[in-house]
Design a protein around this ligand. Sequence first.
Ligand code: FAD
Length: 391
Amino acid sequence: MRTEIVLFDKKEDCCGCGSCMNVCPKSAISMQEDEFGYKYPAIDTNLCVGCGLCQKACAFQNGKVEHEPLLTFAASARKGEILRKSSSGGLFAVLAGKTLSENGAVFGAAYDEQLQVRHICIESAGQLPALQGSKYVQSDTGNTFSQVKKMLREGRKVLYSGTPCQIAGLYGYLGGDQENLTTIDLICHGVPNGRMFGDYLKSLGNVERFTFRDKSIGWGISGTSLVDGKTVKIWESASPYVYYFSKGMIHRDSCYQCRYACKNRPADITLGDFWGIEKQHPEFLKVFRHECGISAVIVNSEKGKRFLRDCQGELVLKKSEFGKVQAGNTQLRQPSALSPKRAEILALYRDGGWEAVEKRFNENIGLHRYSSQIKSYIPASVKSVLKKVKH
Ligand SMILES: Cc1cc2nc3c(=O)[nH]c(=O)nc-3n(C[C@H](O)[C@H](O)[C@H](O)COP(=O)(O)OP(=O)(O)OC[C@H]3O[C@@H](n4cnc5c(N)ncnc54)[C@H](O)[C@@H]3O)c2cc1C
């Protein structure tokens, strides 16, 4: 008799990485939206043969991360052009550029024509800007894990970047590390879903371009959007989507139980923002331009060490310590806290659509709506002094 496969009992046990879907030899698994728009694997029992490969590939439930941080740096790209297009210190673009220059392939998250976020593969430097910049929504990995396997079999070098659960999912799918594969995981706050993001965009008008983080506003979580031909600022405190994201109120269930929100990271290299650098390394503020973004780089493997060493000519690198990055980045200590308001917001979304969520936001936000905008008028040098005083 065929074994009935159960992929997860509770929603928080599935991170939606798509490893099970990619590994299924019968294409019996597809990713389906739940009532709120978060995607979960669904098994077509007519196609399933009960082989159990999908359960074995699930790193979120089975995987154990052995890595410990080996080295930690504050860093930024040397080239202004890279820094301008990147959300943080531009490390990803430098590492990706190195891979591309060696005829390798790079996988990362890009907007598609409908401004939905998907993982894609790029093979030339001209395509790199599509992957640059943080998109604060769960990226659909599609069949990229299978693509990676094929490229590795052909002897190509591959760099794959994603959230830690996506990287762990990739290793789960591949059955372990591979010589020509290098990975980057991002320090991750959590992910809302694509349907919600799409509905938010519709509420803005005809959106041609959306950037979560725009350095012309400073190094922070405010961006710009091109709506009906006009550039519109997306202030963190005035945007219901960005505000509820940054307060951790609309993440996927598994994000609140994230097993990678700690020092044991699945990728060769971890990248994030070096929040709190003013306090941890005031001496570095003479070396980096604060307003251009400063990355935290955590090297987790010997392969990661070699890779970073090969890129050092393109980077400003200053040695730091894991604890100093962790001090300003909760996501390296524990997952985002489950807000009691999340259930209310999700129920409003399910029953009344994005309009109902926006209505709630407008009724509650008050004068706080202007706080990101006001902060943006304070010069970066004054802000870093204020931050030091605050700490
Ligand atoms: C959902 C999310 C939450 C984050 N939360 C934090 C946090 O709490 N603290 C922190 O320090 N840093 C966080 N980051 C990381 C930070 O925003 C920067 O992405 C990171 O510092 C790399 O910056 P960069 O300048 O090197 O590259 P950038 O050019 O800014 O980023 C490009 C890289 O990000 C990847 N990427 C973009 N969007 C996504 C996505 N939706 N899913 C998977 N990969 C994506 C691209 O594939 C590419 O590899 C988060 C990123 C994401 C996507």
